[in-house]
Write a protein that binds this ligand. Structure first.
Ligand SMILES: O=C(O)CCC(=O)C(=O)O
Ligand SMILES: [Fe+2]
Length: 217
């Protein structure tokens, strides 16, 4: 753990990292909510890719159900249940995140997220380099991390190769990517088991919540 103060930084234009954005109480509330959502209907699961591989990350969705690589209203690859509605309070949190990350109240007010993907990483889970491009909206993606730290790789919009920046995302950190960074490739290289000491209700692993605007009608 570093004793140096960690400050907000723009990784590339449009991509902003705000360390320790969520306090421990807010983290605990999100952990509790994620536990509820994970139970289902449409419970948390490791999605299958079209190639037949299973993702190492487990995911539960709100608002719209995602599976590689499309959205639907029902969790057809799980139990067929309608996806859990996206709660208003999470939309408010997303608006505050955008406003604070960009220092732009109007950008926050204009943000109308209607999807959340909740990912759980055990010690061995990772996520390969990919773009978030199954949404029709070009509004920013808001990412909240809770639990063990990870190495998050944020790359470029052209391909999954360099240039990229490796960032440590710790419990409570906010990462927002929009504008020219909205379609940048990114991924989770590894989780650092046992790195989170916060009393946030998560005993092991890492939670990541991405809040997104679908642009679907
Ligand atoms: O876990 C993370 O930090 C990133 C998750 C992600 O890229 C995604 O869900 O599309
Ligand atoms: Fe992503």
């Amino acid at each position: 753990m570093s004793l140096l103060p960690r400050t907000r930084s723009e990784i590339v234009p449009g991509a902003v990292h705000v360390p320790e954005w969520l306090d421990v109480d807010a983290q605990r509330e999100l952990v509790d909510a994620c536990r509820d959502w994970a139970r289902g209907p449409a419970p948390m699961r490791a999605a299958m890719t079209p190639g037949g591989g299973q993702m190492s990350v487990q995911t539960v969705c709100l608002g719209w159900h995602w599976r590689p690589y499309r959205y639907s209203r029902t969790a057809d690859d799980v139990d067929g249940a309608p996806v859990t509605p996206f709660p208003d309070w999470l939309g408010d949190l997303g608006r505050r995140a955008v406003a604070e990350a960009y220092g732009d109240e109007a950008a926050g007010t204009a943000y109308r997220p209607d999807i959340a993907l909740v990912n759980y990483y055990d010690d061995a889970a990772r996520m390969g380099m990919h773009q978030d491009k199954d949404e029709e909206s070009t509004a920013p993606v808001v990412s909240l991390s809770i639990g063990d730290a990870c190495v998050f790789r944020f790359g470029n919009t052209e391909n999954r190769n360099r240039p990229w920046t490796d960032i440590e995302l710790c419990s409570g950190d906010l990462f927002v990517f929009g504008g020219p960074a909205r379609f940048a490739y990114h991924g989770v290289q590894k989780v650092r088991p046992g790195s989170c000491l916060a009393d946030n209700g998560l005993s092991s692993g890492r939670l990541n919540i991405t809040v997104r605007e679908s642009g679907f009608r």
